[in-house]
Write a protein that binds this ligand. Structure first.
Ligand code: OAD
Length: 242
């Protein structure tokens, strides 16, 4: 794929002091992790309200827990792709670069990114719903159920439907977006709020918006530049050229 990067975009990127990468499920598609919407999307096969919410967990903790264990096993077999890697490279070589992700798959960290604001949590972490004790990946099971020492149920540290985003993480992401000169919007439909507000916070504060997606989205009309192609191909080309 040969990408045409216009002079304006090159210039803006060369002069930028502060970059934010706002990412969604599409950035991990080339690693083999299914997206939520679109042809093979998870939500075409399962109803989110049946699995990804607190009441579903209370009603059938074993089912919800096993679904997350299954997703985690898939994720563990996947590797970060060239999009995650180039972002980590850029982050490690320049000062003000943040990653704000809606993904829970931990692939940005596995690629070497250090500062990652995970708006929807991280599937590798868990916590007790009663005493809030935090667990990593090793959760004790009693009769097949994830149980804390206090007897409470342990749940994945991910944001479910109807829940608030982690406030401190959102505030940091919001600040990074406000201060950004360029915001990359990579592999997201940009329709799930409040996460998607990051896009408009950056825009209202004068950032130059660059979208990377395989197809047009709701966001396309609001950005300065869209690159249509796979994130793992487009992002390395952009950064090779500037
Ligand atoms: P979606 O599944 O809504 O969108 C994935 C986007 O990635 C689509 O716009 C695709 O066109 C694009 N895409 C697919 N493959 C790509 C590739 N190789 N390169 C670039 N783009 C590609 O996922 P999100 O926008 O992340 O929330 O969804 C947002 C939230 O909705 C998720 O975090 C999740 C879900 O409900 C929670 O679970 C709270």
């Amino acid at each position: 794929m040969n990408l045409l990067i216009d002079d304006k975009t090159k210039q803006v990127l060369k002069n930028a002091n502060s970059l934010v990468f706002f990412t969604g499920a599409g950035i991990s598609a080339e690693s083999g992790i299914p997206t939520f919407r679109g042809m093979d999307g998870i939500w075409n096969k399962l109803k989110p309200e049946e699995l990804a919410n607190f009441n579903a967990f209370l009603k059938n903790p074993k089912l919800v827990w096993e679904w997350y264990q299954h997703r985690k096993e898939i994720i563990h077999k996947c590797q970060p792709n060239s999009a995650h890697k180039i972002i980590a490279d850029v982050q490690n070589n320049f000062e003000k670069v943040s990653v704000v992700t809606q993904n829970i798959d931990n692939l940005h960290r596995r690629a070497g990114s250090k500062k990652v604001y995970e708006l929807h949590g991280n599937i590798e972490r868990n916590y007790c719903i009663d005493c809030k004790k935090e667990y990593g990946d090793n959760v004790p099971l009693k009769d097949g159920l994830p149980k804390c020492d206090c007897g409470g149920l342990v749940r994945p540290d991910v944001v479910w439907f109807g829940e608030y985003l982690p406030q401190d993480v959102y505030t940091s992401a919001e600040k990074a977006a406000e201060e950004s000169d360029v915001l990359f919007i990579v592999g997201t439909t940009g329709i799930v709020y409040p996460a998607a507000s990051i896009i408009y916070i950056a825009k209202n504060n004068g950032a130059y918006l660059i979208e990377v997606n395989i197809e047009e989205t709701e966001v396309s009309k609001s950005v300065n530049k869209s690159f249509f192609g796979k994130a793992g191909e487009v992002l390395p080309q952009i950064f090779n050229e500037i």
